[in-house]
Design a protein around this ligand. Sequence first.
Ligand code: BT5
Length: 253
Amino acid sequence: KVALKTRYIGNKIIDFDTIDSTNSYAKEIAKEVLHGTVIISEEQTGGRGRMGRSWTSPKSEGIWMSIILKPDIPPMEGMKMTQIAAASTCWAIRTVTGLEAYIKWPNDIVIDGKKVCGILTEMAGELNKIDYLIVGIGVNVNIEKFPVEFRDIATSLVIEKGEKVDRRTIVIELLQQFEKLYMDYINCGTLEKSLAIIRNYSAVLGKSIRILKGNQELRAEVIAINEEGLLRVRLEDGKEELLISGEVSIRGS
Ligand code: BT5
């Protein structure tokens, strides 16, 4: 069996059979554990998405994990960890399965336009310095059948590939790539090494998208992904804008 070759990320892995949420658990222990500690569970009974949404995490059918990070960066920089996680996950899925996975900014990986992975980054700390960051990654690996409400929006590696995929291999490739991109970011202070993946495998670059801001819906063209990993869009009235957060959904495919 291949072993994990990293210095920090996954140096300690805490694994559960079942837990409410690996992100919630990570938050409880974050202060006491070392940078790079990974929490992983076979199942989550209360998996969380963004803004109070839930994340379905059936037993032994996916990768439900959280990486605890303690970088010396201001909170403003924290969301770059989502980008690094998305780049590593997309890269790992492609490398292991050969499937055409794309990054749907800011926190999803999609195949055939359907969500195969979601990322939830949470942090704690002060105005100019974070105490810790938790990067939660959920990958639908061997889910053969989704509940009806998910059928049109979600997919899994087994559904796309037509055969079971080894979760362990994906975790190893993902963590190794994550460490590489993370170290590059820490050393250079920029997303430079991640940007090639982020741009090459973007599901939105050059596309027409819908931006949902509160209950307002705008249409825009994604014209670039800048050095910070932010989307530059051109709105219908011709104005250009940098998207920092907010809900983005792709129109068409
Ligand atoms: C996300 O939220 O996509 C972030 C998901 C993060 C999950 C990981 S698993 C390990 C760690 N521990 C946690 O508790 N969470 C993290 P968001 O963009 O808000 O998307 C949530 C929406 O995706 C839901 O409202 C559903 O519509 C849909 N959804 C729920 N479960 C799904 C699944 N397994 N696959 C695809 N879509 C799903």
